[in-house]
Design a protein around this ligand. Sequence first.
Ligand code: 5GP
Ligand code: ZN
Length: 140
Amino acid sequence: MDFDTNCIFCKIANKVIPSTIIYEDEDVLAFLDVNPVTYGHTLVIPKKHYESFLSCPKDVLHKAFDLAQRIGQVQIKQLGAKGVNILTNCFEAAGQSIPHFHIHVIPRYEANDGFKLEMKELKNVNLPVLAAELKESLNK
Ligand code: 5GP
Ligand code: ZN
């Protein structure tokens, strides 16, 4: 399915609803997040509908991440960002609210500038057992 009539990002990609576009070509589009967490927070999407990063074809992924890289470079050069977070949430449990693959490109200015990714340590994990389980599936 290229276009999902219920999808807000499909509507943005097809100009059915407006957005503040900063780059577009045949395959990908970059526009400013309507609720930015920092100054310059940008979203990169494929124009076709893929639910998340996990189901996006590799050639499209390449184009989307290439554009995200260029935007990150411009945020540093043009906006004076000191760093950039690249984030893509897959599914609701991971915080995805719009089920059309998108990459957040979040320019960072300082530690307390509006965005925080908290990583709490998970205790008592048997790493060799876990690794064996993952390796088995990965190498099938
Ligand atoms: P998610 O939580 O799915 O990873 O991120 C969705 C992002 O899309 C949020 O940061 C939210 O602010 C942004 N967003 C939701 N609706 C719109 C919209 O209509 N226009 C724009 N420009 N951004 C949107
Ligand atoms: Zn869509």
